[in-house]
Design a protein around this ligand. Structure first.
Ligand code: PAF
Length: 278
């Protein structure tokens, strides 16, 4: 496995990789969810490249950029074991050299949900992912369904900017009790970790109601709210029952829909989602 930092090294080394090249962009502190993306890329592509970059432009001023967990030696060992061929670990100066002032913005899809709570977040994500795509030049790129809006926004950007890249969205990997894997789970203390299953419990309750025939979107949002409000350590930021493609809130669930939520457990903000009608 080759590890590179500069753009020059990256270009030299990716030119030697067999095609199709699969790419997994990450912010490091890897967990089983990331590794499942690398393994899927390994199965589907002749070579696999991974980036590790904690992207400052997607963090808001009061978010966790400084304390975002990092462990490069552990990440590299996990990636080597998962069969990655190349890892790119650019510095902030490589990604955003002095004078940087060009941004990629996806408009409507970034307005609701995470976009409404985290102004500027998706501009940072789409800008860095566009730069990563340009630099790595993969044929396929792998993202997790856990960040459902991010996946939708990147699909839109890829189409709108004519990147010749297939976006592959892979299922959320969960702990045995249902908590979605996330690097931010490490912020939770033991009591909070137990309470954090409330997202999975709320989504499961709404899915059960849907399976029993409930199609009223506000009723499904109500089921999720009730479960979260019953958990003393949880503070709800939003629940949503939205159209899967447009992310607009629904009155009734007729086709494919996205149930999603953001919940604070103590100071840790967690998100999760289920797809209905898939
Ligand atoms: O999902 C993430 O880890 C990040 O948002 C991504 C796609 C690597 C861009 O920084």
């Amino acid at each position: 496995m080759i590890v590179v930092v500069t753009l020059e090294e990256l270009r030299r080394e990716t030119a030697r990789l067999a095609r199709p090249l699969g790419f997994v962009p990450t912010m490091g502190y890897l967990h089983a969810g990331h590794i499942s993306l690398v393994e899927r890329a390994r199965r589907e592509c002749a070579s696999v490249a991974v980036s590790i970059f904690v992207n400052p432009t997607q963090f808001g001023p009061n978010e966790d950029l400084d304390k975002y967990p990092r462990d490069l030696p552990r990440d590299l060992a996990l990636l080597e074991a998962a069969g990655a061929d190349l890892v790119w670990t650019p510095t902030p100066e490589v990604m955003y050299p002095p004078g940087f002032q060009t941004w990629v913005t996806v408009e409507k899809l970034t307005a609701p949900l995470e976009g409404a709570q985290r102004p500027g977040h998706f501009r940072g994500v789409t800008t860095v992912v566009a730069k990563l795509f340009n630099a790595v030049g993969p044929q396929k790129a792998y993202f997790g369904q856990k960040d459902a809006q991010q996946a939708a926004v990147i699909r839109r950007m890829t189409k709108d900017l004519d990147f010749p890249i297939e976006i592959v969205v892979c299922p959320t990997v969960r702990e045995p009790d249902g908590l979605a894997m996330s690097s931010r789970n490490t912020y939770l203390n033991a009591e909070e970790r137990k309470a954090a299953t409330v997202l999975f419990r709320a989504l499961s309750a709404a899915k059960e109601a849907y399976e029993r025939g409930e199609r009223d979107a506000e009723a499904l949002r109500g089921v999720m709210r009730a479960v979260i409000q019953a958990e003393p350590l949880a503070r709800l930021q939003y629940v949503s029952c939205a159209d899967y493609d447009t992310l607009e809130e629904l009155d009734r669930v007729e086709g494919k829909a996205l149930l999603s939520m953001a919940v604070f457990i103590g100071k840790t903000r967690l998100i999760d989602n289920f797809v209905l009608g898939a």
